[in-house]
Design a binder for this molecule. Structure first.
Ligand code: PGA
Length: 324
């Protein structure tokens, strides 16, 4: 194996973990043929097959399983060394690997911007994906820190809430209910709905809310992006429940309205989290300090660029958050 490279092991590890060449290539920003080529070279060097394909699924062979365990050990040692080295340099250098849920992209880059201005030598890797994938990454200890909604039970991690995440009902300003006060939950459930993709935290909180009231949504469309949902709402395709954070930055001014629906906003919170027992680097600890000051840094995030029907900001927490 002397000719095998760290990169090949990295590609192999991602495929073995995700059980998919496509997802591994996506995660590592490679094309699929490049990922396959790296694994082929590794397989040739070892002289034993590492994967077998049965139907559409791929499985590890015995040799593959052994190599996967070896890779985990190698990467853990390297990460520990990287951390020791950067801690030796203090905050002058080092790396911060963050994985955040899709909706957290509305504020995380701004906090990172401030952080990087103060510590220009620090390299940041930010992975933005949906809740399900972020949880997967946390369980596999792939990053330094995670930002997401409330953790489900049974995950052994440290998690601290640091910011409000109110979910509101968004509609086009031209919607017939746009200026109606105190709309009932039943009435809103009769409207065509645009939902985020399966695996999204926003989606599961929305579904849970309506299920709690024994109501089923009339789903017209599923979209994997908050931005696409806002455009679909403006296009008159339906209404949706999204985080108020999605209105920060470049919200399509004046074309969206937050409907005044009973029980809303759903008061979710943002948490930072990391696996229990993980030793945080100095860089990660310093960034946590920034997260704890987020409500102060991001005063305008929760302000609404959309026309706001009657939804008061950050009402008292009446919908106690339940884990997904
Ligand atoms: P999402 O997560 O971006 O995957 O919907 C947001 C949340 O958990 O509130």
């Amino acid at each position: 194996m002397r000719h095998s490279t760290l990169r090949q092991l990295e590609v192999f590890e991602a495929i073995a973990r995700l059980k998919s060449f496509t997802r591994a290539a996506e995660e590592l920003f490679l094309t699929q043929p490049t990922a396959s080529m790296q694994v082929k070279k590794l397989t040739d060097d070892i002289g034993l097959p590492l994967f077998e394909q049965i139907g559409k699924k791929i499985y590890l062979t015995d040799a593959g399983r052994e190599l996967y365990q070896t890779c985990l050990g190698i990467f853990e040692h390297l990460a520990r060394f990287e951390m020791i080295a950067s801690d030796m340099k203090g905050l002058k250098a080092g790396k911060l690997r963050l994985a955040v849920v899709t909706t957290a992209k509305y504020f995380t880059p701004r906090l990172l911007g401030m952080f990087c201005q103060k510590y220009p030598g620090i390299e940041v890797a930010l992975k933005v994906t949906n809740r399900e994938r972020v949880l997967e990454r946390l369980i596999n200890n792939q990053d330094d820190l995670y930002i997401l909604g409330l953790l489900p039970d049974g995950i052994d991690a440290v998690a601290e809430a640091f910011l409000d995440n109110p979910l509101i009902v968004l509609a086009s300003v031209k919607h017939p209910l746009a200026y109606t006060k105190n709309i009932s939950i039943k009435r809103i459930s009769e409207e065509p709905f645009i939902l985020r993709e399966a695996g999204s935290g926003t989606r599961s909180a929305t579904e849970r809310f309506f299920a709690k009231h024994n109501l089923k949504l009339k789903v017209r469309m599923e979209l994997g992006s908050n931005e696409a949902i806002k455009q679909a709402i403006i296009g008159g395709l339906g209404i949706s429940v999204l985080s108020r954070h999605t209105l920060a930055l470049d919200a399509p001014m004046g074309q969206l309205i937050s409907l005044d629906v009973q029980g809303f906003p759903i008061n979710r919170l943002w948490y930072y989290a990391y696996p229990s027992g993980k030793q945080l680097s100095i860089v990660a600890q310093a960034f946590i300090g920034y997260l704890q000051q987020a409500p102060h840094f991001l005063v305008d995030v929760s302000c609404h660029h959309a026309v706001v029907g009657c939804c008061p900001l950050l009402q008292s927490v009446e919908n106690k958050e339940l884990p997904d």
